[in-house]
Design a protein. Structure first.
Length: 311
């Protein structure tokens, strides 16, 4: 891949403008400030599909505001960062094409991720030695905590395999930031359209981790892709921020995150998600019908069948 300084000036300006638009959003400012602070806010720790902090963790009740000066420090760090150094785009897509939208969103997602990972490595946490930062759960509860604990609580539950990530735990923080800012980790259809008839290389998928939001990987609607692309290209930055873009009942094309990447073909990087151990909970095996995550009884039955086949 080419470094950003090899891009045509127009393409480079488009990309840097898109990243700047995202950084200006309230959700990005809050997310990056939490990384500088060292802990998620109580409301953010609760806003997950399945809670990963057991009742009794003091963060759930006590960390309702950021430490003084953190928001300003985060903004200063981000403004001083050479965003272009984080990006390595190609020029294979022309503005205005579906491929352009997919490439632009991918590069912005990688930038959002990289900025978060970089902030984490700056080791700015305000809670290293205080009661919140050093608190430990009872031994029996530790298995419920994210795999990144106690190093960090910034972790998307499906993107936790830090032992195989290029930046280790910092990449886990990056995936968490994507989820908070963009609405989910951004992934794509990597299947070869010459070999797979229904492959959609221009499609954009989002993998959310929010309370009362679909946990499966969802393809963005054309209207959502258009809204996101329009926001990224806006100059000057608009006053309306569509972020985060969350999937809903309208996002009918969905993929099981429990399936191997090689099976679904939906991912961004092949090392991002390891297949879950069979002893872990598989949401497809619940003994009650789930027509929130699954679009119909048939969709749910097929998912249950896939789970049984894998086992």
């Amino acid at each position: 891949m080419e470094a950003i300084n090899t891009l045509a000036p127009t393409h480079r300006d488009i990309l840097l403008r898109a990243v700047a638009n995202v950084l200006s959003s309230p959700v990005a400012k809050q997310t990056y400030a939490q990384i500088v602070d060292g802990l998620p806010l109580s409301e953010v720790a609760r806003d997950v599909y399945t809670r990963r902090l057991c009742n009794g963790h003091p963060l759930l009740d006590q960390h309702k505001e950021l430490c003084p000066g953190v928001a300003e420090e985060a903004e200063q760090l981000c403004s001083g960062l050479d965003t272009g150094a984080l990006l390595m785009p190609s020029q294979s897509a022309l503005p205005g094409s579906p491929r352009f939208s997919a490439r632009l969103v991918e590069l912005v997602a990688r930038a959002v991720h990289s900025i978060a990972a970089w902030l984490y490595t700056q080791d700015t946490s305000r809670h290293k030695t205080d009661a919140l930062g050093t608190w430990q759960p009872p031994e029996a509860q530790k298995r419920y905590y994210p795999r990144t604990f106690p190093a960090t609580l910034f972790c998307h539950p499906w993107y936790r395999d830090h032992d195989q990530y290029p930046k280790g735990i910092a990449d886990c923080v990056g995936y968490w930031a994507e989820g908070r800012i963009l609405g989910g980790v951004i992934v794509f259809d990597r299947r070869d359209p010459d070999l797979v008839k229904d492959a959609a290389p221009d499609a954009i998928y989002v993998h959310a981790d929010r309370a009362r939001v679909i946990y499966r990987i969802c393809r963005l609607l054309d209207s959502q892709t258009d809204e996101l692309t329009e926001f990224l290209l806006a100059d000057p930055t608009p006053q309306h921020y569509p972020l985060p873009i969350l999937p809903s009942e309208a996002n009918l094309e969905r993929v099981d995150p429990e399936q191997a990447l090689e099976t679904t073909g939906i991912y961004r990087d092949k090392w991002e998600r390891r297949l879950r151990p069979l002893e872990e909970t598989d949401w497809r095996t619940r003994d009650v019908s789930d027509f929130f995550n699954y679009t119909s009884p048939q969709d749910w039955r097929e998912a249950t069948w896939r789970s049984g086949k894998r086992r």
